[in-house]
Design a protein around this ligand. Structure first.
Ligand code: GAR
Length: 311
């Protein structure tokens, strides 16, 4: 339950503890202040007293919580939280939809992720391996109103990512080479599924031009090295890490980029670096690179959706 709250509110464990304390103390303070105020109103303790007490407590509660949030260092969180509640209750401006949607248009002229409705952005993850990135992205958006992973696209019937899809109750589209590369790249099926954004996470087939045309600036990839230096043919898995080590590089990293017709070539969205350690092996580097990927990929996808991409 606490994990869910952390993900929903996008806070760490300490922040969550402080927020829960703020709620508890703010709630008690509200009750206390309410009971002290009621006698001043001089109302008899009948049904009217109950109604007035509920109104008083409802008005006091946000103030008490805000007050308590200051010493707990969570003022900004609660201001945002109260604004959100206000918007939901129609007390303040309409809630910003700020995310991609099915209706957002896929023609090149409107190739952004701008929402026309408040529906979450529907993400298809293309993955054919272990699926650790897919897992992190699914978790990141599990309770999000902005986006949801709604489809896993895979070209390997036995791939571990398929078990993740099954465990997460996410639909799977198994694709085959001929139709993917020489057909329309399954663009129709993706459109039928209302996909807004395609996220490659360990998918090694080249993306055909037809699919890029159908999803302009809506296909992104993560590469386990720094582009443009370490991309292209053969630069995948342990090979890429071994090449980086053999070249005696001082650092490696990850690259998140848009996908275009050339392998590992599209515009770079984000890069993060890590130094190469003494006695580094392809395996040890791969592990650290994976950690970097898990840390940044879901976050960057969210930023892309929020900023209405491309950014
Ligand atoms: C990731 O390291 C990703 O960068 C890489 O495949 C791995 C998939 O791991 N992708 C490429 O090499 C693409 N050129 P995962 O299945 O555990 O997410």
């Amino acid at each position: 339950m606490f994990d869910r709250l952390q993900q929903k509110w996008k806070v760490n464990g300490l922040q969550l503890a402080l927020i829960l304390c703020t709620f508890a103390i703010g709630g008690s303070l509200t009750g206390y202040a309410g009971r002290r105020l009621m006698p001043l109103l001089g109302i008899e303790q009948d049904w009217l007293w109950i109604i007035v007490y509920i109104i008083v407590v409802t008005l006091l509660w946000p103030l008490a919580v805000l007050l308590v949030s200051i010493p707990f260092g969570q003022f900004r969180f609660f201001v945002k939280y109260l604004k959100k509640i206000g918007k939901r209750m129609g007390l303040t401006g309409r809630e910003k939809s700020g995310v991609g949607s099915r209706e957002s248009g896929v023609t090149p002229a409107t190739s952004n992720l701008k929402p026309q409705t408040s529906e979450p952005c529907r993400i298809a993850i293309f993955a054919s391996g272990a699926g650790s990135n897919a897992q992190k992205i699914i978790e990141h958006f599990r309770y999000s109103k902005k986006a949801r992973v709604t489809l896993i696209v895979c070209n390997k019937p036995g791939a571990a990512v398929l078990s993740i899809a099954a465990a997460e109750h996410i639909s799977v589209l198994l694709i085959e080479k001929e139709k993917f590369s020489n057909g329309n790249g399954y663009a129709e099926e993706l459109k039928e599924n209302g996909i807004d954004l395609i996220v490659l996470a360990g998918f090694l087939w080249k993306i055909p031009a037809a699919l890029i045309k159908a999803f302009p600036h809506r296909i992104i990839n993560i590469h386990p090295a720094l582009l443009p230096g370490y991309g292209g043919k053969g630069m995948y898995g342990l090979h890429v890490h071994q090449t980086v080590i053999d070249n005696k590089e001082k650092e490696s990293g990850i690259s998140i980029h848009y996908v275009d017709e050339v392998y590992d070539h599209g515009q770079i969205i984000f890069q993060a670096k890590c130094p190469l350690l003494q006695h580094e092996t392809a395996e040890s580097l791969a592990q650290r690179i994976h950690k970097l990927e898990h840390e940044h990929y879901p976050r960057i996808i969210e930023r892309l959706i929020e900023s209405n991409g491309p950014f």
